[in-house]
Design a binder for this molecule. Structure first.
Ligand SMILES: [Fe+2]
Length: 460
């Protein structure tokens, strides 16, 4: 039986209760709400044969980048196919099944193409809009993320999901360097959808890229309602707040946020691990002693050395091992990254192979204080590093790593080049950039504290 979802798309569903739960799922997915998984589960409890929900269960599972969830996604795919065979679904819904099937075969671009086809024919489908955005984010493909939204821009004027659309659009504008327009759409997103955590978060990216940490902290203060309903995405918003404090040199506050918010729950989601590892490494670049905080991250990452689902995840697991000087899991992970593509070719393992292995080798070399090798590997990885996925702010930890390697390895000219390129890319200097330019201008090189230009701090 056909019904319509909250955005006016036909869905092959018969249970009214399932429809209510499905509409909540759509809203939850757009808002990054913690309730999304719960309402999706309810939808499928009411109607297990609902092929679109099965497809989304599979796609949401793959977005989590965990090896064991491949089985969950495969089962969901088979369920969706069986439902379609027993009771043919709509053409639009079938594209979601194909998207899941393509991704399971290692073709992420197929999944994106399926979502883009949906948006061509049914541009008002906010689920496809957000899914396409989320999948392309895993490839760091900000240019096409923006194009995808601009193709359907007019349809979202007056659309029920206009706020969330604007939040997504703001993020893509920021990632493609149009900060003023990005800020305008981000603010508009929050006016229309006060729980649009992604839109709020897009604005924190703008403050980061434009070196306006103080203003960013003032702006976000009191806006908790936009993101406290979130799933683990809320840790990422805390991470952005911590980065702004870091840029202002408020290291005690960064550690407080780390302990009380970013790592309040010792989760092993790769995005949570990436928030944690990259803030600890940034703190260490500033000469801050982070105590034994690497330990739990390394322990959790050690269970994931053969995941090889997403290069971004593998590299942050490697960061945890290097931060904790755990050589054995680091060696294991690097070996698995080197063989991942041979064992299972896919678009994602190809990225793990290159530039992933280069960046991981750079991390290991930095740990071993072989700064020349670290610089060499990281600068070779750099031109294609965007493909590991995530945002400029997230990948900036690798920019800093390359710069620190050059500074500590006495490669002054190379350090200048890297800093100039970072400044040019951002368009603005932040606290990090200014401190490293001071180091270069003063001609100092060598140990970590001298390079960082700050006094070593012992804060646990
Ligand atoms: Fe972010």
């Amino acid at each position: 039986m056909l019904k319509q979802d909250v955005y006016g798309c036909d869905i092959t569903i018969s249970s009214h209760d399932a429809l209510i739960a499905w509409n909540k799922t759509l809203h939850g997915f757009l808002a990054h709400s913690a309730s999304t998984g719960i309402t999706l589960g309810e939808t499928l409890e009411f109607e297990p044969e609902f092929a679109l929900a099965q497809s989304c269960k599979g796609l949401f599972s793959l977005l989590l980048g965990r090896k064991e969830l491949n089985e969950v996604a495969t089962e969901a795919f088979l369920n969706a196919k069986a439902s379609d065979k027993a009771n043919p679904v709509t053409e639009r819904e079938r594209h979601f099944i194909s998207a899941l099937g393509g991704w399971l075969q290692g073709n992420l671009r197929t999944a994106i193409a399926e979502m883009e086809t949906v948006l061509t024919k049914w541009p008002h489908d906010a689920l496809a809009m957000k899914l396409s955005h989320a999948i392309m984010f895993m490839l760091g493909d900000s240019k096409n993320m923006r194009t995808s939204l601009e193709n359907i821009f007019d349809v979202y004027h007056g659309h029920q999901a206009e706020g969330y659309f604007n939040g997504c659009y703001s993020f893509t504008l920021e990632e493609t360097g149009e900060y003023k327009r990005a800020e305008m759409y981000g603010r508009r997103a929050l006016e229309l959808a006060p729980d649009d955590a992604w839109g709020l978060h897009a604005i924190t990216h703008i403050f980061d890229m434009t070196g306006r940490a103080k203003e960013g902290l003032e702006w976000i203060d009191g806006k908790e309602t936009a993101w406290q309903h979130c799933n683990n995405f809320r840790y990422h918003v805390w991470w952005h707040i911590a980065l702004m404090h870091l840029d202002l040199g408020n290291y005690d506050k960064v550690l407080e946020l780390y302990d009380e918010d970013i790592r309040k729950d010792k989760t092993d989601d790769y995005r949570d691990i990436s928030n944690a590892t990259s803030v600890l490494l940034r703190l260490e670049f500033e000469g801050v002693n982070v105590g034994d905080r690497w330990q739990e991250l390394s322990d959790l990452a050690a269970t994931r050395t053969d995941d090889n689902c997403v290069a971004f995840a593998d590299l942050h697991y490697m960061m945890a091992f290097c931060g904790n000087f755990d050589e054995k899991p680091a060696t294991q992970l690097l070996s698995n990254m080197q063989s991942a593509e041979t064992r299972h070719h896919s678009e994602l393992t190809a990225i793990i192979h290159k530039p992933g292995v280069l960046a991981a080798t750079g991390l290991e070399a930095f740990r071993d204080q072989n700064f020349t090798l670290a610089h060499d590997c990281l600068t070779k990885a750099r031109p294609t590093l965007q493909a590991i996925g995530g945002s400029h702010a997230q990948r900036d930890v690798f920019e800093r790593l390359a710069i620190e390697s050059a500074l500590r390895g006495g490669l002054r000219t190379q350090a200048k080049t890297l800093l100039q390129e970072r400044d040019l890319h951002r368009g603005y200097k932040d606290g990090y950039s200014e401190s490293r330019w001071r180091v270069i201008e003063n001609g100092s090189q060598g140990g970590a504290q001298q390079v960082a230009g700050v006094a070593a701090k012992n804060i646990d």
